[in-house]
Design a protein. Structure first.
Lengths: 313, 330
């Protein structure tokens, strides 16, 4: 944490020295941001964080959206490099988290800041990702607590093999294992972390196990889809649903608090965008950045969702 | 209307020179579109018109280019193949399984991947010819089956750990120009053009697409040719999968979703009629280039991703509308 703090100070000092809106002073003029899929609010929030903060510093940001296709992303990164970007913020698309974009950027000698996921075998200068294990534990612990520590539980996973999918299950499993009264009766993987997948998967699970009382969706989209399926099945009284990410729509749903979806873990997405820009500036100026920067997610219930709706962290 | 006809005949005259070598039949419109697009992008951005960017575009269209060649043959015989994206994923997963998990040599693994892909095509072809399942339905079924099989190989996970030279084949430019993967694409293009132009089999496709019954009466074994066409299309998709694996240095079963739509779009933009019998590989190559240049150019122009999707849709509509308009004037 000490080094993280140092690099932040360094970046902040550089920014301060540069004065307002003078990109020359911070050492980079143009940042390329490769995003897997802007349809997902989580990535969109990071993009907004990067754009908002970089805009204040007078840095141009070029955003490309891979629509969840790794091959498209490699092509887009080639195009970013053609445009002469000075730093590359890379959120790999898909589970394979292709190492190729990192190699391409490295060949140009450009700082590579990974966000959310990191390709195996080709690390960037730093990786920024939301803490998953502990926060997922808290979400599952909360919903299991509401079910009085017993009952049948199902988990709707994200895209199989991705870091958040693996780690969020690891955290949730800890909470399940602590409660012998809870039985994990089914789990299913989605491809896109999307609400319609959550709805379908939950509907099928409810068909097979109508006596479920706890559902954990590994993303808010999945959880909200599942909550809708619960309502459709008329089981809203017996089931609690937990989500993850703190998406805009999810937080608003929590404020209203009128569905079985009652808790999530809000990630500091906008802060991650700011952190990514600061890290890019630091690396470009040869300041050291920690290999891993892991902002916490905050457990968010119906009671405290309102403040995050007002200003997303 | 007079002037339009004049322009048309001028276009036909201009293209007749090209036809001597390679048939660009019906593709003069797209060719002009491509040239205009390149001219516009050269003026609008300072990074488009460079040798390096041109090589990037070739890299970027490799997979689509090879799939679109197979799709052209299928559409020429008035068929459709919706399974190519899934076949690509199946090929990648078989390759990854054989090479990384089973530790077989790359040559055998690639062979295995191509055979697995071709088999999907054989089954689709037999469904269409022997069981009279419409091509749309038969390949829709194969799309689902191939995707499921691709997922079953690793239970949905990705495979990484190919030998280092494999990825280098997609990165190192021999003589500063051609990566191995682009070279493979160019070979596929040339072979397909020559086959279509000079081989009996190539001419047969047009006959079948024009009227299968007449083709049969003329002594063409329509069933055999149909099965072979779907097999070739699937095998080419498998080859595209191998090249994509090299480009990404990783394989995952969710690759290639909706690629069939890109391939069909490239074929249609290139002037091949979905009704079969007219068009060809020459036009498809131009269609592939248009899509590749457009995507590259929109990125270079920093056009918002959402607007990009709208523009690409408009271009597809424009290309097909222009072609229809041309035919009506004739």
């Amino acid at each position: 944490m000490k080094t993280a703090f140092k690099s932040m100070i360094a970046a902040a000092a550089l920014v301060a020295a540069a004065g307002t809106a003078s990109a020359e002073g911070v050492g980079i003029k143009k940042i390329g941001l490769a995003v897997p899929n802007l349809q997902a609010d989580f990535f969109n929030q990071i993009k907004l964080g990067v754009e908002g903060y970089a805009g204040k510093l007078g840095i141009e940001v070029i955003v490309v959206d891979a629509k969840n296709d790794t091959a498209t992303q490699v092509s887009q990164v080639q195009d970013l490099l053609t445009q002469g970007i000075d730093a590359f913020i890379y959120i790999p698309a898909g589970a394979a988290a292709a190492a190729v974009p990192t190699r391409l950027a490295r060949a140009e000698g450009i700082p590579v800041i990974n966000v959310d996921r990191e390709p195996e075998g080709a690390p960037g200068d730093t990786v920024i990702y939301g803490e998953n294990v502990l926060s997922a534990y808290q979400v599952c612990d909360h919903i299991i607590g509401l079910a009085e520590g017993k009952g049948k539980m199902v988990v709707i996973h994200g895209q199989k093999g991705t870091t958040p999918e693996v780690q969020r299950f690891e955290g949730c499993k800890m909470a399940i294992d602590e409660n012998p009264g809870v039985e994990l009766v089914a789990q299913q993987w989605s491809q896109q972390w999307s609400p319609d997948e959550g709805f379908q998967i939950a509907q099928n699970m409810l068909q097979a196990n109508p006596d479920i009382s706890i559902i954990f969706g590994q993303a808010d989209g999945l959880a909200m889809g599942a909550a809708k399926a619960v309502e459709v099945a008329g089981l809203a009284d017996q089931i609690v649903v937990g989500g993850y990410d703190g998406d805009g729509a999810a937080l608003e749903s929590l404020v209203a608090c009128d569905t079985p979806f009652i808790v999530t873990a809000t990630q500091s997405t906008q802060a991650m965008g700011v952190l990514a820009v600061n890290s890019a500036i630091a690396v470009a100026n040869d300041a050291s950045v920690p290999a891993r920067q892991i902002p916490n997610a905050v457990l968010t219930t119906c009671d405290d969702a309102a403040k995050f709706v007002e200003k997303h962290p | 209307m007079q002037s339009t006809e004049d322009t048309n005949s001028a276009m036909i005259k201009a293209s007749s020179g090209l036809r001597g070598a390679f048939s660009f039949g019906g593709a003069t419109g797209p060719l002009i579109g491509l040239i205009l697009l390149c001219a516009f992008l050269s003026i609008a951005t300072d990074s488009f018109l460079s040798f390096r960017n041109f090589l990037n575009i070739l890299d970027q269209i490799t997979v689509l280019g090879i799939m679109a060649v197979g799709m052209t043959f299928v559409i020429l015989i008035a068929g459709i193949d919706l399974s190519v994206g899934s076949v690509l994923a199946l090929s990648m997963m078989v390759l990854g399984f054989l090479n990384v998990e089973a530790e077989l040599p790359m040559a055998i693994s690639i062979g295995g991947a191509l055979v697995a892909s071709a088999l999907v095509g054989v089954v689709a072809g037999l469904l269409i010819t022997e069981f009279k399942v419409p091509p749309f339905i038969a390949t829709l079924a194969m799309m689902s089956i191939a995707r499921g099989l691709a997922n079953m190989i690793t239970n949905g996970s990705q495979i990484i750990g190919f030998p280092a030279w494999f990825n280098m084949g997609a990165i190192i430019r021999h003589g500063g120009v051609l990566t191995t993967t682009v070279a493979v694409m160019l070979v596929v293009f040339v072979v397909a053009l020559l086959f279509q132009r000079y081989r009996e089999g190539g001419r047969m496709l047009y006959a079948i697409g024009g009227n299968p019954e007449v083709a049969r009466l003329a002594g063409i074994n329509v069933k055999r040719a149909t099965v072979l066409t779907y097999t070739a299309c699937a095998a080419l998709s498998g080859l595209a999968g191998v090249l994509l694996a090299a480009r990404l240095d990783a394989v995952q079963p969710s690759s290639g979703v909706a690629y069939e739509l890109d391939a069909i779009a490239a074929v249609v933009i290139g002037g091949t009629s979905l009704a079969g019998g007219t068009g060809g590989v020459g036009g498809t190559i131009i269609g592939v280039l248009i899509i590749g240049v457009l995507r590259n150019g929109l990125n270079l122009l920093s056009v918002s991703p959402f607007l990009q999707a709208v523009i690409i849709g408009l271009v597809i509509v424009l290309a097909v509308a222009a072609e229809t308009f041309k035919h009506r004037n004739k």
